[in-house]
Design a protein around this ligand. Structure first.
Ligand code: COA
Length: 230
């Protein structure tokens, strides 16, 4: 499946959940379609940056936020969301997704987007604990590793503006479960076991909402902590 088609399929899954009814806006975009400036000046990184901003403005618009927000690059690379809003964006090989939420509804958001099949074995053993990979093999294990990487990156982005921790990948431990057919398993988060970098934050970690959406080619993860019961 071509990546852009895969992103559309992923977006349909996410949109089906009508997250905006719960105050959470979602947006997506492909790099290169509406970039400004003559083609030679548009590096892939710039196009991807622009796609991330486009996705973020769409996410804001979906829940009544400023669709023209500047979203400047803030300290440590964290985007500056409009006052009173939280959000997170991610891009991978020219595809971008973003989530946004009013701060009265959630204290923070972290999102990530990954293509399956790109993690090297060395990265897998750096990111995943042996326990997280137990019971998985072959393609399913590779997919699980990508899902774990994505969840951990999303957590990093969630906590970075709020807590400023510097967790290592293996400080977070998840338990994932396969929910679909063997050749292209869908995986969901069953439990989050702890945050070893700051054990005092374990209860906080366990109360976060972690979500995964997947196609054959892509995984999108989201972490947030709702402030109100939805
Ligand atoms: C910040 C980081 C998560 C970005 O991930 P990436 O795979 O390079 O890129 P993504 O497309 O997923 O996300 C990039 C976007 O995240 C946002 N971002 C960058 N730094 C951020 C931070 N510290 N906090 C929140 N969001 C951040 C930006 O919007 C950026 O896009 P932009 O540069 O176009 O504005 C990654 O570079 C990083 O530092 N990871 C931490 C590694 C680590 O130790 N993880 C432990 C996991 S617990």
């Amino acid at each position: 499946m071509k990546s852009a088609v895969s992103l559309q399929t992923l977006a349909e899954q996410i949109e089906d959940e009508q997250l905006e009814l719960r105050g959470l806006g979602f947006g997506w975009a492909e790099a290169g379609e509406e970039g400004e400036g003559p083609a030679p000046r548009r590096s892939p990184r710039r196009l991807e940056f622009a796609a991330g901003r486009e996705a973020a403005r769409l996410a804001l618009r979906r829940v009544g936020g400023n669709q023209n927000a500047a979203l400047a690059v803030g300290p440590r690379g964290i985007p500056e969301w409009p006052s009173g809003w939280r959000g997170s964006l991610a891009h991978s090989r020219g595809l971008a997704i973003a989530f946004a939420c009013k701060s009265e509804f959630c204290d923070g958001v972290g999102a990530d987007l990954e293509h399956f099949g790109r993690l090297r074995p060395r990265t897998v053993s750096h990111v995943c604990t042996p326990r997280e990979l137990e019971g998985w093999s072959g393609e399913a294990q590779a997919r699980v590793a990508t899902c774990l990487f994505s969840l951990k990156e999303a957590f990093y982005k969630y906590q970075s503006p709020l807590l400023g921790l510097a967790p290592r990948f293996q400080d977070l431990v998840f338990s994932l479960e396969q929910t679909d057919e063997a050749h292209s398993p869908r995986i969901h988060v069953v439990a989050r076991e702890g945050i070893l970098a700051a054990p005092e934050l374990d209860p906080f970690f366990k109360n976060l909402d972690f979500r995964l959406w997947q196609t054959d080619a892509l995984v999108c993860s989201l972490v947030e902590r709702p402030r109100v019961l939805r």
